[in-house]
Every structure is written in C-alpha cells, then in structure tokens.
Design a protein. Structure first.
Length: 170
C-alpha cells in the first residue's frame, strides 16, 4: 500500500532512510544534486592488532536528513541508495531538533545514541546470559533494566542490565 502524503508547494524536510552503510554515498548524491541536507557524523576509532583506524560514522545509522522540493522528489528515488523518504510533519519542531543535534556534534562532547523509551515499552534482551527473554521498561528516566513479568502472580523481577542489550519490540 503506497503512503499518501499531504501535497505541498514549498521544499520540505525528510528523514531519508538509506540502504545499510550508504549514508555517506547518499549525502554525496544529495550534494551533487544541490539538495540541502545534513548527515550528522562523529569520529570513531577502531583498533586492530597492529593498527588503529580513524574514521567518521553516522550518529543515526541509515538516515540522512534532506530538504526536497516537491517537483524534484522523484529524483532522490532514482538513486539505488534510498529505501524510503519519511515525510516530517512538524517542520519547525524538526528543524529545532536538527539544530540541537548540530550544536551537540559541534561541541565535541562525547555522545551516544539511545532510543526514547516510555514506561511499559516491550523489549527483548539481545545479548548476555538473558538473551531472548522479553520484558518491559520500568523507569524510562533511568532505563538500566527490564522487568521480567510473572503475570499469574502479578509480580515482576527487575533485572539491571546495560541499555545496549535491550531491543525494542514492535
């Protein structure tokens, strides 16, 4: 089923979902086409046995933000690098958030990506000794664990674990 988008006459910002590891290539295509875009990158270091590699990687893997005029929207889909362009409804709010991301990236402070969690979000443990167990987030203000429910007893076990081991379930 095709996604129907509201019609618009002015250029609009989209979150462009790229194929895996194609963010920089897609950003280069957008630049060559003259589309305003933003690909937030952070420095990364990978150590191997006998060498160290320094490179930049996307903060949001798989996404490039682009302002696309309606008459040229089909042009971005002609690239084999794009999966879909997600229309941003709240343009002013989105631009404020992008500016905040730019400021954080420019600050040079250490940062990491964390999903936004709400109380009751269903998660699955993706690593460690509890791999595969499902539970719910108890306290999104301090999401360092997951509650494993025993519904029949109306009880749960709070297990503390790193956020990196939790995968959000649909």
């Amino acid at each position: 089923m095709a996604e129907t988008l509201p019609s618009f006459a002015e250029p609009r910002w989209f979150a462009c979902h790229t194929k895996p590891r194609c963010e920089k290539k897609f950003a280069a295509v957008l630049a060559a086409e003259g589309f305003p875009h933003y690909l937030p990158l952070v420095p990364s270091v990978r150590r191997y046995r006998d060498q160290t590699k320094r490179f930049t990687k996307p903060i949001f893997p798989g996404y490039v933000f682009a302002e696309i005029p309606p008459e040229r929207k089909n042009r971005v889909y002609q690239q084999d690098l794009l999966v879909r362009a997600i229309w941003v409804e709240d343009q002013p709010g989105f631009l404020r958030q992008l500016e905040a991301v730019r400021t954080v990236v420019a600050s040079g402070l250490e940062l990491s990506l964390h999903p936004l969690l709400k109380k009751g979000t269903r998660v699955k443990v993706a690593g460690g000794p509890l791999h595969g167990i499902e539970g719910v987030v108890d306290d999104p203000a301090n999401p360092k664990g997951v509650i494993i429910a025993v519904d029949v007893l109306q009880q749960g076990l709070l297990v503390r674990m790193p956020m990196e081991q939790l995968q959000i379930l649909p």
